[in-house]
Ligand binder design. Structure first.
Ligand code: NAI
Ligand code: MN
Ligand code: ZN
Length: 339
């Protein structure tokens, strides 16, 4: 088989590898589609602190089970599956309270262990979720990015009467917008980005109002109509956004963060406590695959609105370049396997 391997930062090769044999408790997936994520590009460039090299990247993938390891029902062969990249120990404190995504021994497929940009990938059988026929092969790998939105919104507990403000209309912001509108029925969703094309995508995904904050601050624009968001999600993840979000949030607002910057954000206790603001962070997902598959099946979320490009996996370098350099034309890029 062939695999896309980052041998060391900056060096991507398509490597011939032996067909892997599933270990006990694992299934082997014959990959047919995989989505490119910002973190794949970061591992390529050496900007992901968790990655070890060489690494087969890719954590958003779909395919068919073609072999099972010891202890896994042979009847699973043939299943159409998407793979939850979160591999956890099952017995540490976070695992014991249903939060395997922050397991003390967390292994993310495609980051800490080899991933799905490969003709075949072996994964724990419990991580492979069956996809119903109503979800197409071409879009099934989009389940994973929506699980990130499912996870953060579960903390925020949105209500229809909320006014939500989302920073960033990349894949993460767009999935959050769709979940707020399509699942929770939030009446007013406001989205800020610096790129008009991204704001147009936000509108397509259900945003009620968009703000280009390239030349004007969101705070100034909201002040005109005295709008106080009751939910803020930072899906742009610049360290300066937290301070602004706290400043313009309503009393009793909830703020969701998903960034990994190592730079400090400047916030005061007073600005948070005086309004009794709740701050939530969210990483990957905790068992959200079944929920997202159900939402997709019911048409509550629309992955096709994010997927802009499908390319052969052999063109992975061009695909990653496009994904990284052309946010105006490009949102989600999906690779078609085999290599
Ligand atoms: P992206 O780069 O495609 O999208 C970010 C968007 O934010 C862009 O459209 C950009 O124009 C916009 N933006 C940048 N600065 C802004 C500002 N100051 N105000 C308003 N908009 C601004 O990235 P993607 O894939 O949507 O991911 C977003 C962030 O989420 C990344 O930082 C990524 O590391 C993080 N992330 C976190 C996860 C988690 O589980 N916590 C999972 C996946 C991504
Ligand atoms: Mn991803
Ligand atoms: Zn654990």
């Amino acid at each position: 088989m062939k695999s896309i391997v980052i041998q060391q930062p900056g060096k991507l090769v398509i490597e011939q590898r032996a067909l892997p044999v599933p270990a006990a408790g694992e299934v082997r997936v014959r990959v047919s589609y995989a989505g490119i994520c910002g973190s794949d590009v970061h591992i390529y460039h050496g900007h992901n602190p968790f990655a070890k090299y060489p690494r087969v990247i890719g954590h958003e993938f779909f395919g068919h089970i073609d072999s099972v390891g010891e202890g896994v029902e042979a009847s699973r062969i043939g299943e159409r599956v998407v793979v939850d990249p979160v591999v956890s120990c099952g017995h540490c404190y976070p695992c014991s309270i249903g939060r395997p995504n922050v397991c003390t021994e967390l292994q993310v497929i495609g980051v800490h262990r080899d991933g799905g940009f490969s003709d075949y990938a072996c994964v724990p059988a419990v991580n492979a979720y069956v996809v119903p026929p109503t979800i197409s092969d071409e879009l099934a790998s989009m389940v994973e990015p929506f699980t990130i939105a499912a996870n953060i919104t579960a903390f925020l507990k949105p209500q229809p009467q909320d006014t939500a403000l989302i920073y960033g209309a990349g894949p993460m912001g767009l999935t959050v917008i769709q979940v707020l509108k399509g699942v929770y029925g939030v009446q007013k969703v406001i989205v800020a980005d610096r790129i008009d094309e991204r704001l147009a995508m936000a509108k397509q995904s259900g945003a009620d109002w968009t703000i280009n904050n390239q030349h004007q601050s969101v705070a100034d624009i909201l002040a005109v109509d005295d709008i106080r968001p009751t939910i803020v999600v930072d899906a742009a993840c610049h360290p300066a956004i937290l301070q602004e979000a706290i400043l313009l949030a309503s009393p009793a607002a909830r703020i969701g963060m998903m960034g990994f910057s190592g730079e400090a954000s400047s916030v005061t206790q007073q600005s948070i406590t005086s309004k009794e603001i709740s701050l939530f962070s969210s990483r990957l997902n905790s068992h959200r695959f079944p929920q997202v598959i159900e939402w997709m099946k019911q048409g509550k979320i629309a992955p096709e609105k994010l997927a802009t490009h499908w390319m052969p996996a052999t063109e992975v370098e061009a695909a990653m370049h496009l994904f990284e350099k052309d946010p105006r034309a490009c949102c989600k890029v999906l690779l078609k396997f085999p290599l």
